[in-house]
Design a protein. Structure first.
Length: 315
């Protein structure tokens, strides 16, 4: 049965995010390396509302951009996400499904970072129809469709959401999804691996990434914003390829870094910034997010003032 999650009356939004396979992000920090057969114990456990679109809504809201969240929620973890968004002041209008929203676990250990992601619930066509109506009800200026697809639906749902109204659509999804989309999109935000998956290219250098992003852009994206991890970020448009190195910060946790990059870029566009400045804003926001654990929302008060710290060059 499809239900509304009880978040209130729909209203117009600057940005509306869609997370079709959200999760509670469970982050554990252990002091000793993990060893087979040994019990690891910790007092440092954190639960955050997760899923790429939800992260974008939280970051954009903190950056002063109205960004309600929609998608699918169900079960106890779905209720936990709804409560977290309410506490964070993020408007929500999810389709409530019969399945259970998933739990994703990250273990931060001295010997590395370990991630275990659950596949999540099965979603039916009736649920998808209800989601399309949620998006139409909100009538956003920009739509963000982000994260993995739940079991039961295919990439054509993304094209359907993008084409359901006059809004511009940003996508942050796996490379196999990006290569199957057929609509016209404002921006896609692949990482290095997704760039390679979508284009069949080896992406090792910034120049490799620029070539792959240019190829991907020709498939229907005005911009390709590529997150390159410690190497920074790349923004490719019809006329330019702009590169910005990452800021030198103490990296605590990379969860949410790509979502932060996209959020900063969209916040810059919402402020009417030229794309070069929007890229700078994106890099500063990403740097703030990797400086905290989990997908916690850090202070963004001086992001726009500090973007001149970011150097942008043409590739």
């Amino acid at each position: 049965m499809t239900r509304r999650d009880g978040a209130g009356t729909p209203s117009h939004a600057d940005v509306l995010t869609v997370t079709m396979n959200p999760a509670v992000d469970h982050t554990l920090t252990v002091e000793e390396p993990l060893r087979e057969g040994e019990v690891a114990r910790t007092d440092d456990a954190q639960f955050d509302a997760g899923g790429k679109g939800i992260n974008v809504s939280q970051y954009l809201t903190a950056l002063g951009v109205e960004a309600p969240a929609t998608g699918f929620l169900g079960g106890p973890f779905g209720r936990m996400i709804a409560e977290t968004l309410d506490d964070d002041g993020v408007a929500r209008d999810f389709v409530e499904i019969d399945g259970r929203t998933r739990l994703n676990t990250t273990v931060l250990s001295p010997d590395g970072e370990y991630k275990i992601n659950h596949n999540g619930p099965v979603v039916g066509r009736e649920d998808v129809d209800a989601l399309v109506e949620r998006v139409r009800d909100r009538g956003p200026d920009r739509l963000v469709v982000a994260g993995s697809l739940p079991r039961g639906i295919d990439a054509d749902v993304v094209d359907r959401l993008a084409g359901a109204g006059p809004w511009e659509t940003a996508v942050d999804m796996g490379g196999s999804v990006l290569e199957r989309l057929s609509g016209a999109y404002l921006v896609c935000k692949p990482n290095r691996s997704e760039l390679g998956e979508a284009t069949g290219r080896a992406v090792e250098t910034v120049e490799d990434a620029a070539s792959a992003a240019a190829e991907l852009r020709e498939r229907g994206y005005r911009y390709v914003l590529a997150s390159l991890g410690a190497d920074g970020a790349l923004l490719v448009s019809e006329s330019d390829a702009l590169y910005a190195p990452a800021l030198p910060v103490d990296v605590v946790d990379t969860v949410g870094a790509g979502d932060a990059l996209l959020s900063g870029f969209l916040a810059g566009l919402a402020r009417g910034e030229p794309i070069e400045d929007a890229l700078r804003t994106a890099v500063v926001v990403a740097a703030r997010v990797v400086s905290v654990s989990g997908t916690s929302v850090p202070a963004f008060d001086d992001v726009f003032e500090n973007r001149e710290q970011v150097t942008v060059t043409r590739v």
